[in-house]
Design a protein around this ligand. Structure first.
Ligand SMILES: Nc1ncnc2c1ncn2[C@@H]1O[C@H](COP(=O)(O)OP(=O)(O)OP(=O)(O)O)[C@@H](O)[C@H]1O
Length: 460
């Protein structure tokens, strides 16, 4: 355990005790300060933040309890261990109520101090990890709103509006769409915009659980329900109680279980395997499927009554090829994300590469685009992702699509800059960096080319 660079304050009126502790703990790697009573200790904590404080309780002037009271918020990031005289355990407990973390009784062996500090150090580490996890969770939650689900196409805009509305109710939503279109992302968005946002969001892939385990996974079991059931186990419906259960690939649910799901949806209660009674649950169900559930109903593989119960509010996410106007926006979004994650500085995508991305059919939808951008960001050495970084077929692009992909808004000036920069880069690349030949292709003067190369920071 790394205890170097930890600041520790010893507050004790007995000089011998201070010296003994200082000698012992300096050897263990702590940086020590000393104070002879509570008020001296108070002065020290006002000037410096300590990781640990060893504080005697019985002292003249200001005693340990008074010190704890006075120091108050100065000790928010400090772990205090009090030292109490043998037999004064009640005072030690009072001190812990006042914010001390632990106590040791005097007289103590040096091992006891070291052990108490080691325990405190472990607690510090857990506190730090807990803080980091909370921060990570916050950033994940911030990620999970419609603002982070990108789409300017009218189809996506309509979905965002509908999701915003439906989030406010407990309505069951059935999200349909091909794999990778964002079904889980929209479900998370609906949950985090709902009143249940502080409660659990549990996502489960119904096709990913072996059929024999499905019932116990969803409904849980009671101890002794079957061989190996050596304790009570909550099922997913109970785990999600108060929150949202996202049932991905609901079409994969075997018929035998479909009827049990219908009962949960209708009665809001579950019966764990081996339980004699049912339990009420308050779960919002969001379901998704990449199958055509209506066809599954026709074929007799999916119960019609469950389909109707799930399909209260259908949400169809269109495949990416039906909304190419979202591609440039998604590219920028992913480039920003991967720049951050991979510590890169990619500025954009060449027009030629963008035309290829817009023409591609994207069978894996947004997930495929996301993966492709990540790979290109890793592969490129420059600031612009170009066609060679995407292993896709090249082809021609309808003019309006290319136009849409390059320019947003109405500024002629901005569009001119993008166009000039791209054409100059293309001409220089076609002429192997020969500026004289590039000026001929571009039909501009040599000085003009040089000025623009500098202005647009073009490197070849
Ligand atoms: N509109 C969008 N904006 C930003 N990212 C998106 C969008 N749609 C999908 N993604 C991203 O694409 C990936 C796939 O999305 P998601 O897992 O939600 O798809 P899915 O439809 O649930 O896929 P599957 O059916 O395979 O489970 C995720 O990384 C998600 O963040």
């Amino acid at each position: 355990m790394d205890i170097l660079n930890k600041d520790l304050l010893i507050i004790d009126d007995e000089e011998n005790m201070r010296h003994m502790l200082t000698a012992l703990l300096t050897k263990s790697g702590y940086r020590i300060d000393e104070a002879a009573d509570g008020s001296e200790g108070l002065e020290k904590v006002r000037q410096k933040q300590y990781d640990f404080i060893l504080c005697d309780l019985k002292m003249p002037n200001m005693d340990g309890m008074a010190f704890l009271r006075e120091a108050g918020t100065y000790l928010d990031a400090t772990t205090v261990i009090v030292m109490s005289a043998y037999g004064s355990i009640d005072t030690a407990i009072d001190a812990m109520k006042q914010g001390a973390y632990d106590y040791i009784s005097k007289p103590f062996k040096s091992d006891e101090v070291c052990l108490a500090l080691k325990k405190a150090e472990e607690r510090e580490k857990l506190k730090r990890e807990n803080f980091q996890l909370r921060e990570r969770l916050k950033s994940i939650e911030a990620h999970c709103n419609f603002a982070n689900m990108i789409g300017k196409s009218s189809a996506m805009q309509a979905i965002f509006r509908l999701s915003e509305k439906v989030a406010q109710y407990d309505t069951t939503v059935l999200v349909t769409g091909e794999s990778g279109t964002g079904k889980e992302l929209i479900a998370r968005g609906i949950h985090f915009k709902s009143d249940r946002s502080q409660e659990p969001f549990i996502a489960v892939n119904c096709g990913g659980i072996p059929e024999t385990l499905l019932e116990s996974e969803f409904f849980g079991y009671r101890k002794g329900a079957f061989t190996g059931a050596d304790r009570n186990k909550k099922g997913l419906f109970e785990e999600a109680d108060g929150g949202t259960l996202f049932l991905d690939e609901i079409g994969e649910l075997p018929r035998a279980l479909q009827v049990k799901f219908l009962r949960v949806l209708q009665e809001n209660e579950v019966r764990p395997i081996g339980a004699s009674k049912t339990r009420k649950v308050n779960v919002r169900i969001l379901a998704a499927t990449s199958k055509n559930l209506e066809a599954e109903v026709q074929e007799g593989r999916f119960r019609q009554d469950l389909f109707y119960r799930l399909n209260v509010m259908p949400l169809r996410l269109p495949p990416l090829r039906e909304r190419p106007e979202d591609i440039p926006l998604l590219c920028r979004h992913f480039i920003r994300r991967f720049n951050e994650n991979l510590k890169e500085n990619i500025e954009g995508i060449s027009p030629e590469a963008m035309s290829i991305l817009i023409r591609h059919k994207w069978p894996g939808n947004v997930r495929e685009l996301e993966n492709m951008i990540e790979r290109a960001v890793i592969l490129t050495d420059g600031a612009i992702l170009s066609a060679e970084h995407f292993s896709l077929e090249t082809g021609h692009l309808p003019e309006e699509d290319l136009f849409e992909s390059l320019f947003e808004g109405y500024s002629l000036k901005a569009a001119q800059k993008i166009l000039e920069k791209n054409l100059i880069t293309k001409a220089l690349s076609a002429t192997g960096g020969n500026r004289t030949k590039a000026t001929q292709l571009l039909e501009i003067s040599h000085p003009s080319l040089l000025t623009k190369i500098k202005a647009y920071d073009i490197s070849l």
